[in-house]
Design a protein around this ligand. Structure first.
Ligand SMILES: Cc1cc2nc3c(=O)[nH]c(=O)nc-3n(C[C@H](O)[C@H](O)[C@H](O)COP(=O)(O)OP(=O)(O)OC[C@H]3O[C@@H](n4cnc5c(N)ncnc54)[C@H](O)[C@@H]3O)c2cc1C
Length: 619
């Protein structure tokens, strides 16, 4: 252990992850906490890190309140509809009422925004989306964070949260290691804001072998946002609500701009509108939800999955009509140049010119995240002016651990935040974290050297395991006494794929399969004590895997608990195929006991605040 130098840093606000939410939190913490010490720690480099670093062409959440385009209530109704009723409306409303101010700052900071030449307003791609040139998006928000923080640490992966040893259930900071130097880093902090993104690669991806790593969601998002709070006993919500995306096949090129801007549409192999065909069958499963407008994302997936299972595939996007217009053709290609160059390369390699050939679509493997058309994540307090008592415990976006805050993909129950909403939520969390400090809630925190040293030993253990176990390698990477991170990852992905509703079973699972999945996950957890890392990069892979495995346990427990199929198209409980509003019109909340590792789950009421308020006003 002596070979890994220990660095200590004491601070007021510690931001874990410098993506959209983390940069927003770092920026806002300085606004409210002029004299506070603010540190942001990032696994990669904040100039290009996080999901938006994949590239994007639109800000997907902008109300346009200054022009009366949309109001926060409209966005709550939209997100509620898309998630089949299951959202935290207090959180959604709170984000929506502040998101425009965030976007206006991006504009002031120099983000190239497209304008509607006739109206002078931001160019709309859809009801909520405005178009940008996204190349400079991440460097611009990173600059705001850099100017606000006392220090940004790049290339440090946070592996564990520290707990106060004086007062129960209070945060004390975080620890991690530098993936370049191998140094151990201790951040003793009065508040921690976790903003570490969502989780890809917990389910087996469609692209394996030579294509491994090609997923829709950023492969570097490894579920730290969930594993860190779960490990210290913070409550989580809606972790069963994984997301499946319908995307262009093999390159995962996004379809939003094609549907919204180019007005393209989908059809089955016989040229039919297949969605209509599955209307009656879907109505049987979910009742009137199928009549909602717009059709919830999961239900559109459902029709796709049913049609391909019934032999109607492949499903195509009809591009050959729109692409005859040279302007739309340019927009279609530019969309990929700005976002998913790989899709254009796939088409080139398969002789597909969308002007003459309709490209194929597919449904992705599931991902876990809290900011897209999905709402998995931590159970947090809402704002004091909106939240009912069950949803409020003092500080906005604070988890059920005192002094621990979350934003972006970390926070559950509040879907459709996207990049701008995640930055906004980071701002809200930081404002509350500063207030928590100013209210003297973080006085007298004690973190002993023993707590830090124990984590140091645990963090570098995979290097020790490898050093010893490499002597027993029988061939290639096979050794009886250790497993490599990639072997562990592939084992995890198979368990999740085959038992928890991945592509192997067409997103189908049931209680018996989930029970078996949990057994296999428990054995994997045991074996992960023997994960070996040959260098610092593999050490990062080892910890990414451990975080993915813990996140997966939580997802599986939640999927087992909700005895209904709330989101057909995201996953199916074969033993409870119907949506069941009588018993399951509620949010699911879990807690893992850090001492025993056992999960307990409960139902929490879902309050429809927006329409309730309107009903009250009318009466
Ligand atoms: C494929 C894709 C396309 C999208 N397209 C759009 C779009 O067109 N428009 C739009 O508005 N939104 C889009 N989004 C949504 C948007 O990217 C997310 O909503 C947003 O990035 C979430 O912010 P976040 O801060 O929670 O996560 P991220 O931005 O992903 O940031 C998480 C950060 O945490 C870091 N991190 C992770 N683990 C650790 C750790 N253990 N220690 C330290 N650091 C860590 C990561 O490196 C990363 O920098 C898209 C998302 C995806 C995946």
């Amino acid at each position: 252990m002596a070979k890994h130098k220990t660095n200590y840093e004491d601070c007021d606000v510690l931001v874990v992850g410098g993506g959209m939410a983390g940069t927003g939190a770092t920026f806002e913490a300085r606004h409210w906490g002029r004299d506070l010490k603010i540190i942001c720690v990032e696994k990669a480099n904040i100039d290009r890190s996080g999901a938006v670093a994949q590239g994007l062409y639109a800000i997907n959440c902008y109300m346009g309140m200054q022009w009366g385009e949309n109001q926060p209530e409209d966005h709550v109704r939209y997100a509620r509809n898309d998630l089949m009723g299951m959202v935290r409306e207090d959180l959604g409303y709170d984000m929506a009422r502040h998101v425009d101010s965030t976007v206006h700052m991006f504009d002031e900071w120099g983000l190239p925004m497209m304008k509607n030449e006739e109206t002078g307003r931001y160019l709309r791609e859809g009801k909520w989306q405005i178009m940008i040139h996204g190349e400079s998006y991440k460097p611009i928000v990173a600059e705001a964070a850099k100017k606000s923080a006392d220090k940004i640490y790049n290339r440090i992966m946070i592996t564990h949260l520290l707990m106060d040893e004086e007062k129960e259930n209070r945060i004390g900071g975080a620890v991690g290691f530098n993936m370049r130097t191998g140094d151990f880093h201790v951040f003793r902090a009065k508040t921690v804001i976790v903003a570490a993104g969502g989780a890809s690669h917990i389910f087996k991806p469609r692209a394996v072998g030579e294509g491994m790593g090609r997923t829709w969601y950023a492969p570097w998002s490894n579920g730290s946002a969930y594993a860190l709070p779960i490990a210290v006993g913070a409550k989580m919500t809606q972790m069963e609500n994984r997301i499946v995306l319908c995307r262009f096949k093999d390159g995962y090129g996004p379809v939003g701009a094609y549907f919204l801007h180019l007005k393209t549409y989908t059809q089955n192999a016989n040229g039919e509108n297949y969605e209509k065909k599955w209307y009656d069958q879907t109505k049987e499963l979910v009742g009137e939800y199928i009549d909602h407008h717009p059709t919830p994302t999961c239900l559109r997936n459902h029709a796709f999955i049913q049609e391909t299972t019934a032999g109607g595939g492949p499903i195509h996007m009809v591009t050959t009509e729109a692409f005859q217009d040279p302007h739309l053709e340019t927009v279609g290609w530019e969309n990929f140049l700005g976002m998913t160059v790989g899709q254009a390369v796939v088409w080139a390699s398969q002789n597909i010119d969308p002007k003459y050939t309709n490209p194929e679509l597919t449904t992705s493997e599931p991902y876990v995240m809290g900011s897209h058309a999905t709402c998995s994540g931590a159970w947090v307090s809402g704002p004091e002016d909106l939240s009912p008592p069950e949803y409020f415990w003092g500080y906005n976006r604070m988890l059920t651990v005192d002094g621990l805050f979350g934003a972006g993909d970390t926070v559950g129950g509040s879907a459709h935040k996207f990049s701008s909403g995640s930055f906004t939520e980071g701002r809200l969390a930081a404002k509350a974290a500063v207030k928590y400090i100013q209210d003297q809630k973080a006085e007298g925190i004690k973190v002993t050297d023993k707590q830090c040293d124990d984590f140091k030993e645990a963090i570098f253990k995979p290097l020790e395991v490898y050093t010893v176990a490499q002597n027993e390698i029988t061939g290639g990477t096979v050794s009886p006494s250790y497993i490599s991170p990639i072997q562990g990852l592939q084992r995890l992905q198979r368990i999740m794929d085959e038992y928890v509703g991945g592509i192997a079973t067409n997103y189908m699972t049931n209680a018996n399969m989930l029970k078996r999945g949990l057994e296999l996950l428990a054995w994997l957890e045991e074996d992960l004590e023997k994960v070996g890392a040959e260098d610092l990069h593999q050490l990062m892979r080892a910890w990414e895997l451990k975080h993915r495995a813990l996140t997966s346990q939580c997802v599986t427990e939640h999927t087992m608990f909700r005895e209904e199929t709330r989101w057909p198209g995201y996953y199916y409980r074969g033993d409870h195929m119907k949506l069941d509003d009588d018993n399951w019109h509620c949010l699911t909340v879990s807690r893992r006991d850090p001492k025993t590792g056992k999960f307990s789950l409960e139902k929490v009421p879902v309050y429809h605040i927006v329409d309730e308020n309107e009903k009250k006003k009318a009466s």
